[in-house]
Write a protein that binds this ligand. Structure first.
Ligand SMILES: [Zn+2]
Ligand SMILES: [Zn+2]
Length: 402
């Protein structure tokens, strides 16, 4: 059973509660631009499965039906406890390699770009994880974990990780010894030199303690969140692909075949020797969060688009339109997110918005067989976007000139 979908309403509720609590104690940890960007990426992740190539599922099926040593009884409590703990063990190694090697970091980096730390950071998940992460879980099938149990424990593990993304919960005494907590996961998200590449567990911190990657949060060294090389944009597409692009550039730039072949397997942050890239010192306290000022109108526009896109994304769960048409809708979702992020980035966006206004009726009315109600809805949505475009543009000019 996929527990992530079941948990979504609780995620939203918890997020609103954390926001309200932050205002109440006068320590708000949310920003409009960063939060919307994180939720965009969470919904992109859930849409990516509709265009995912499903290799993982096929390999799991083969491992389970052809190569498993035996099959565990899915009605036994032992199977569930064993699978829950074993999954976290493989998750630890997958997560560790995701930080240490460039090809895996390219996908996982998306979870670490936020320069804030709150429950919306938890929703910020990679959209390209389906490409390779499944490799690490093949052993679970070989040792007989049934696929139903696997999906259940994998999603429970992810749901557990949600609540640890908060600055409001302090250290938790003895619980810190065994489990992933807000305190030790804050360290995992920090860019301070002492905190880099630490605390990889999903539910249990025992693997980190055992394999030497544990680091306790130091009260005298407050966590500074984000990447060592910040992307300085809220563009969710670039957020998902920038390391892949870097790898292609490195491959082209490297002047020996040995270095070219090394690119995907290199340590994170490595670049070909002829590029002379200097390592970044993240302990300098001159770090400034990426926070271009944008107007309230743009913030409001972002929230409206967020609600519409999330609803559209959720409607795909029950879509019977088929692969190509789902892909077309996901393209429009991604393109709209791109436009919203340009407003937040304070970058020229007018021509992209005009293209979107032309694409909207073309895609939704001409290419997709919509019911009459949905056709009216699309026309209404397009008109609304057209009407608010000018005031948003005006408000962006004021912000830039201010
Ligand atoms: Zn990580
Ligand atoms: Zn995290």
């Amino acid at each position: 059973m996929d527990y992530v979908q079941l948990a979504v309403p609780f995620f939203i509720l918890a997020l609103l509660l954390e926001l309200a609590y932050g205002f109440y104690i006068k320590k708000n940890t949310y920003r409009f631009n960063d939060t919307i960007s994180s939720i965009f990426m969470g919904s992109l992740r859930s849409t990516s499965k509709f265009i995912g190539i499903g290799i993982g599922g096929y390999v799991f099926y083969l491992a389970e039906t052809q190569f498993a040593l035996w099959r565990m009884d899915e009605n036994s409590l032992f199977t569930w406890i064993f699978a829950f703990i074993a999954y976290d063990f493989f998750y630890y190694w997958f997560h560790r390699i995701s930080h240490e090697r460039q090809i895996f970091w390219a996908s996982h980096v998306a979870h670490h770009q936020s320069e804030d730390y709150n429950l919306s950071t938890a929703l910020r998940q990679t959209g390209t994880g389906f490409l390779i992460s499944w490799v690490f879980y093949i052993p679970l099938f070989l040792i007989g974990v049934p696929s139903y149990v696997y999906v259940s424990v994998a999603t429970l593990n992810l749901v557990y990780q949600f609540w640890v993304h908060t600055e409001h919960i302090p250290k938790l005494g003895w619980y810190e010894l065994f489990f992933i907590t807000p305190s030790n996961h804050r360290v995992h998200h920090a860019r301070n030199e002492a905190y880099i590449d630490k605390n990889y567990g999903g539910v249990f911190i025992i693997w980190d303690r055992f394999f030497g990657t544990f680091k306790e949060e130091d009260e005298d060294k407050p966590c500074i969140y984000g990447l060592r090389s910040p992307i300085r944009t809220f563009n969710p597409i670039w957020a998902n692909f920038h390391i892949y692009v870097k790898m292609i550039r490195d491959f082209v730039a490297a002047d020996s075949l040995k270095e070219k072949l090394y690119v995907p397997f290199s340590k994170t942050g490595w670049s070909p020797s002829n590029l002379n890239v200097k390592p970044v010192n993240t302990d300098k306290d001159d770090f400034e969060r990426f926070d271009p000022k944008s107007s309230k109108t743009i913030g409001f526009y972002g929230v409206i688009q967020l609600i519409i896109l999330v609803l559209l994304g959720l409607s795909l769960e029950t879509s019977t339109l088929g692969y190509a048409k789902n892909a077309l809708i996901i393209f429009m979702i991604g393109y709209t997110m791109f436009c919203v992020s340009r407003w937040f980035d304070n970058k020229p966006v007018l021509k992209f918005e005009i293209i979107r206004l032309i694409l909207l009726p073309c895609v939704f009315i001409y290419f997709l067989p919509l019911s009459l109600e949905l056709t009216y809805l699309t026309i209404g949505y397009t008109l609304l976007n057209a009407v608010i475009l000018y005031p948003i543009y005006q408000s962006s000019l004021k912000t830039i000139n201010a």
